[in-house]
Design a protein around this ligand. Structure first.
Ligand code: ZN
Length: 261
């Protein structure tokens, strides 16, 4: 139901924008003020955690579930557990994960919907929410560009989108920081990391990513790598390794969730 409701919304907006009489940019108020509430009336949205019906202004989670949301608040901690994962691996600016991830927890549905159930809208909503929460801590100060951890082309075709890019789109909407999706490419499609030890994960991630833009474009910059779930530092370190030749580059890390804690 959730998926159909989201697609119907898109289809209606797309059909309106292709109509010669209606300019969707000019008439965004039209969709905001009566089409969306109308769609909500017939295809209500539900909280992904408790299943309760969402109010018009709510996205993904209801207010009650946001109150119990398992925030890490690591951005308030100096030398926080995410930063420690990357110490000594590259020039680290800041690092944090927005929330904790426990596999059996109701909140793990957020990640499952985003990664496996075709809900890119969940990524954009969570990206907006984490950016809004982190904003006042100064987490985004001095960051020049957002780089979502890329998927291999084949994996992205299968899924239809890159979940980290959806998170980054939400972050961009709140912070206004430019998004760069072609700075790094994933050249190897690795097998799943789920049942591997930390050492095996690092070995599995060797030379998985490659820089795909000229050094000059990144030299002296501060980039924010964005990922969905942080388990070990293997994926993000491999992604940062692809940028190791770039002089004066500072890398910060933002993950939606930190697993296994
Ligand atoms: Zn709820």
């Amino acid at each position: 139901m959730l998926f159909y409701s989201f697609n119907l919304n898109r289809m209606l907006i797309n059909s309106l924008s292709s109509s010669p009489e209606i300019n969707i940019d000019k008439d965004m108020k039209l969709t905001k003020h009566w089409i969306s509430p109308l769609i909500r009336l017939f295809f209500p949205h539900y909280c992904v955690v408790c299943g309760g019906r969402l109010r018009e202004e709510e996205e993904v989670l209801c207010a009650e579930c946001w109150q119990r949301f398992p925030c890490t608040n690591f951005q308030m901690l100096k030398d926080n557990p995410v930063e420690r994962l990357f110490w000594g691996k590259f020039t680290l600016g800041r690092a944090t994960a927005f929330c904790y991830y426990w596999q059996e927890d109701d909140y793990s549905r957020i990640v499952r919907l985003l990664k496996y159930d075709g809900r890119p809208d969940v990524g954009i909503s969570m990206g907006k929410k984490m950016a809004a929460e982190l904003w006042s801590s100064g987490f985004f100060e001095g960051i020049d560009m957002l780089i979502p951890v890329p998927l291999h082309e084949k994996r992205q075709k299968e899924r239809g989108y890159n979940q980290s890019e959806q998170l980054a789109l939400g972050v961009k909407e709140i912070t206004g920081i430019p998004l760069k999706t072609d700075a790094v490419v994933r050249v190897r499609n690795t097998e799943t990391q789920t049942h591997k030890t930390a050492q095996e994960r690092f070995e599995n991630m060797q030379k998985v990513f490659q820089r795909a833009v000229p050094i000059e474009l990144l030299q002296g910059k501060h980039v924010l790598l964005i990922d969905d779930v942080l388990t070990t530092s293997a994926t993000l370190t491999a992604c940062a390794d692809a940028l190791q030749e770039v002089p004066d580059l500072t890398i910060s890390i933002l993950a939606l969730a930190m697993a296994g804690h």
